[in-house]
Design a protein around this ligand. Structure first.
Ligand code: PLP
Length: 393
């Protein structure tokens, strides 16, 4: 057994991590993997998380199994955070999952059980793991145009033309906010137009929400999700708590399906549990229990919101400083797009050769295709990064 097995293709972003870690040069600028870093270069445990963990350790009386869909109390809090306090959860199916990736996987299994021949439409470009992750269940995939790198904006007319090609029942995968890798989001008018069109064509949205709170704030970042969910009978939402709670390794996420009927919601919740049973049986509890505690306690919740605001403001401040330095050093005001974009990423479109030069000559690492993680930058590195980017552009 296994004698003819070959090694799998390496995950491009994760293998870069190992290369960066082996680089011994001083003051490396690491803009690769999508984790938030503070100005000391650390990815801190949030104070609200640390406090909830302490309480959890003291209060927890058992580590017995919780159930296939995890803790429904956790999922209800996440649903409220995403869809609003006034929603009635009886028509919403939900399941706690191992991270946003787990949510994407169980939702794609759910789609396959119901519609094995359906096509998923993904944005071009999209998060590097979307295709392998969603494709692994065997669903057909197509791409719709999303990003015009020449003027760093959404190709909205082309996107709408693609939606006109989608058949009723096909699934359109959207990024709820802070589009990865481009940082380019739909405007609220564009969300409304898109929501109307997909509703009228019977296209089913699957909205990936992995950076909630890191763009324009907790409410603004889900305005598009809420707009779509209000107009279509069924919307799927995959939520990741990795970035906004900083609990990456604890694997916390939630799969949500809004439905027109309580009975349908119950059936889908049961299906989500049955899918979990065949994949990992039950989601890990620790991080979800911590987040449930934070969201259910006024003081912890407000501490978390303040910490999230400070992460979001730091990223925005770095965007402003980087764009200013680029414009000042190059005399080219078109670098301003960096300020308009949202969340941790921008896709600056550096060529493969430019990426090599950045690595070899400037100790700057970015992901293939030219994605930079703004949140990986430190204040004192801004001018050096700007000079390096100008040198290779
Ligand atoms: C767009 C997008 N969706 C989902 C995820 C998955 O996050 P998690 O670590 O919670 O699985 C990520 C993580 O980078 C992401 O960028």
């Amino acid at each position: 057994m296994f004698e003819s097995m070959v090694a799998p293709a390496k995950d491009a972003i994760l293998s870069l991590m190992a290369i960066v870690n082996a680089d011994t040069r001083e003051d490396i600028i690491n803009l690769t993997v999508g984790v938030y870093r503070d100005d000391s270069g650390a990815t801190p445990v949030l104070n609200a998380v640390r406090e909830a963990e302490k309480r959890l350790v003291m209060e927890q009386e058992t580590k017995s199994y919780k159930g296939l869909v995890g803790d429904p109390g956790f999922s209800e809090y996440i649903c409220q955070l995403v869809l609003g306090d006034n929603i009635s959860t009886d028509k919403i199916a939900m399941s706690q999952t191992p991270g946003g990736s787990g949510a994407l996987r169980v939702l794609s299994e759910l789609i396959r059980i119901d519609q094995p021949d359906v096509t998923l439409w993904l944005s071009d470009p999209t998060w590097a793991n979307h295709h392998p992750l969603l494709g692994s269940v065997g669903l057909k995939r197509k791409v719709y145009p999303y990003f015009d790198i020449s003027n760093q904006s959404v190709r909205f007319e082309d996107l709408l033309a693609s939606v006109e090609e989608m058949q009723a029942g096909e699934v359109m995968v959207l990024h709820g906010c802070c589009h990865n890798p481009t940082g380019c989001d739909l405007s609220s008018e564009q969300w409304t137009t898109l929501a109307d069109i997909i509703a009228s064509r019977g296209v089913v949205p699957l909205i990936d929400l992995a950076y909630h709170g890191l763009g324009d704030g907790l409410e603004a970042d889900v305005a598009g999700v809420r707009c779509v969910a209000a107009k279509v009978p069924v919307a799927m939402i995959s939520v990741s708590c990795s970035k906004n709670f900083g609990v990456y390794r604890d694997r916390v996420g939630c799969a949500i399906v809004t439905t027109p009927a309580a009975r349908m919601a119950q059936i889908i919740t049961a299906q989500l549990g049955a899918i979990a049973r065949t994949l990992y049986s039950m989601p890990p509890d620790h991080g979800a229990s911590v987040i449930k505690m934070i969201l259910g306690d006024d003081e912890l919740r407000s501490n978390w919101i303040n910490e999230l605001i400070s992460m979001q403001s730091r990223v925005q401040r770095l965007r402003v400083s980087l764009a200013a330095s680029l414009v000042r050093q190059s005399g080219d005001s078109s670098w301003d797009f960096i300020v308009r974009q949202k969340g941790m990423f921008s896709l600056i479109g550096t060529s493969d050769h430019g990426i090599e030069q950045l690595r070899d000559d400037h100790a700057v690492y970015l992901v293939g295709g030219g994605r930079i993680n703004i949140a990986g930058l430190r204040d004192q590195q801004i001018d050096r990064l700007a000079a390096a980017l100008i040198a290779v552009s």
